[in-house]
Design a protein around this ligand. Sequence first.
Ligand SMILES: N[C@@H](CCC(=O)N[C@@H](CS)C(=O)NCC(=O)O)C(=O)O
Length: 237
Amino acid sequence: MSVLQRSLQGVIVLSVNQIISSAASEFIEITMSITLYTAPVSIGWVSHIALEESGLPYKAIALDFSKQEQAGGEYLKINAKARVPSLVVEEGVITETPAILTYLAQIAPDSPLGLPNDPFQEATINAFNCYLCSTVHVAHAHKMRGHRWVDDEAAKKAMTDNVPKTMGLAMDLVERDMLKGPWVHGDRFSTSDPYLYRMSTWMESDGVDVNNYPKVLAHRNAMDERASVQAVKAFFA
Ligand SMILES: N[C@@H](CCC(=O)N[C@@H](CS)C(=O)NCC(=O)O)C(=O)O
């Protein structure tokens, strides 16, 4: 399988002879550097935790939303959407949390992020992550970011007021049908775990009582024990 050699400078040399080529004797070197652009109160935590889980060397840069750094000229050259996260790698920039997670799972196949060797199980991971990205995170954004969709102040307030209901309904579904336990997809950890963790840390501020969601709470507590989560907390402390 793959051999991963790390250097102290955040450069890795991958020997991926069995992955990229069927010729086991062939040795291919890829030099890679990874930079994550994130922010303290953001979905950037998911990719950040995943990077920690991957074991790959990387650099994290925190943007200051209060200074609108995400919308500043320099950062817009990296991500014209003016959002975090952005993952800058040798070939270019990857945006959108599910895409970053899939990329990390593929370049760190032997880490806890590694994808199952089964198309259905892999699709299940993608489906969960896409649900969090397209529905749950968007419901959460209705609290503070209504201006993305409407100008009318009353409409913004109505969106904010509805967040406990929409987030609660989403978490009902996660608790009842999706979260297998102890990890999202059962015994095997996956990219879905940092993703659900981040969403669950927003529940209190979104007006959803996490105590009504024992499986989600147990999952959050288990994630809090992981070195990856503790490292990201320390980064922002
Ligand atoms: N679909 C994107 C969403 C990214 C996103 O909305 N990020 C928020 C932080 S949670 C952001 O950068 N907000 C800055 C702003 O709205 O100005 C993903 O999953 O990566």
